[in-house]
Design a protein around this ligand. Structure first.
Ligand SMILES: *Cc1c(COP(=O)(O)O)cnc(C)c1O
Length: 373
């Protein structure tokens, strides 16, 4: 039976109904499980597996690849999931291609990969520059839309080229969530994400996941999780599963709010560098419209200088000044305060929440007026 995203989200990962059992079983807190005789079975020791993870992993798998048989592994954070793929798949002498404009921790990851004897090449997300650096690579890492610049790359085109060159392909799907795009359907070998962001959407847990089709690739990632032990707590995993039920509701409202904000910001003289892949005039839009079903909740733009941006952030009433994105409460920050991202001083990353659209747009327009010196 084919169903819509909302129907899939509310039922994702639920076990078969069992009389007098809850619809979504509660978190299982256990470091070890009864294990008479042979040391095998689905649940032995709590670092290897947990029934609460199993339900969540099935749910995420159903969203990442509806109707397909895939394997999903949940992790303690997005970085745990990212590191699991990179460090399980690459060894000394291998080459990996990373985005030059991706998540701000990637330069630290790069230094660690290089310390282990892995060659790292970088290419910007937009403009197909990855094509010229694939020769001899073992893994192509994509982040689309990129955080915070919101460039988009053509996953299918790059995955085809990478596979032809003998490289595996991983996509950081954090910003889009599986309701925005499904990297495995676009040809990627791994869909990886920080579920700290839009996937769980309440700004109260850190979590990550890796989904792939190939059992051997999944086994490598699983082995890495066991070695490093970057596992989620049962409570976090259960909260994440509970949150997935509202993913479609949240995503639809937040994406609509992001689009309305982007349209309102487009009419302001002091705003430059406005980016939102869902805006018809955005340079990313043609590619985004081909591979994405929702364009995400993040809008980025530049105000004239640091002081102007700080005045704007300080004047917002419905928007928290905070990092991260994807939550039901709008957040915004001046990205330059962290160093690391190559962005202007007045660059704002704005994450649209689930507030009423008219309230949110009005708050932003009022804060922009107050920020004019
Ligand atoms: C936040 C983020 C990460 C890291 O996730 P954590 O859950 O904070 O470890 C990775 N990639 C992208 C694109 C992110 O936005």
């Amino acid at each position: 039976m084919t169903v819509g995203d909302g129907t899939r989200a509310v039922r994702a990962g639920l076990p078969e109904p069992a009389k007098y059992e809850p619809t979504l079983p509660g978190p299982v807190f256990s470091a070890h499980f009864h294990l008479p005789g042979e040391a095998s079975g689905p649940y032995t020791y709590g670092r290897d597996d947990n029934p609460t993870w199993t339900h969540l992993e099935r749910a995420i798998g159903e969203l990442e690849a509806p109707g397909e048989s895939v394997e999903t592994l949940t992790f303690a954070s997005g970085m745990a999931a990212i590191s699991a793929v990179l460090f399980s798949q690459l060894t000394a002498g291998d080459t990996v291609v990373l985005p030059a404009d991706g998540y701000q921790v990637l330069p630290m990851v790069r230094a660690q990969l290089e310390a282990y004897g892995i060659e790292v090449r970088t290419a910007p997300t937009g403009g197909d520059a990855q094509l010229s650096v694939l020769d001899g690579a073992r893994l192509l890492w994509l982040e689309t839309p990129s955080n915070p610049g919101l460039d988009v790359c053509d996953v299918r085109r790059l995955a085809d080229a990478a596979h032809a060159a003998g490289a595996l392909v991983a996509v950081d799907n954090t910003l889009a969530t599986p309701l925005g795009q499904r990297p495995l359907e676009l040809g990627a070998d791994f869909s990886v994400a920080s579920d700290t962001k839009g996937m769980t959407g309440h700004g109260d847990i850190l979590l990550g996941h890796v989904t792939c089709r190939d059992a051997e690739l999944a086994a490598g990632v699983r082995r890495w999780r066991k070695i490093v032990g970057a596992i989620p707590g049962p409570m976090e995993a259960w909260l994440a599963h509970r949150s997935l039920a509202t993913l479609q509701l949240r995503a639809d409202r937040q994406c609509a709010n992001a689009l309305a904000l982007a349209q309102a910001l487009g009419g302001r003289g002091e705003v430059s560098g406005l980016r939102y892949p869902g805006l018809a005039a955005d340079p990313s839009h043609p590619t985004a419209a081909r591979q994405m079903r929702r364009f995400g909740c993040v809008v980025s733009f530049v105000l004239p200088g640091r002081a102007h941006a700080e005045r704007f952030l300080g004047a917002l009433r419905l928007v928290d000044e905070a990092t991260s994105f994807g939550g039901v409460r709008s957040t915004a920050e001046r990205r330059g305060r962290w160093g690391g991202d190559a962005v202007p001083e007045g660059f704002i990353r704005f994450s649209a929440g689930a507030e009423d659209t008219t309230d949110l747009v009005a708050d932003v327009l009022r804060a922009l007026e107050e920020a004019v010196a």
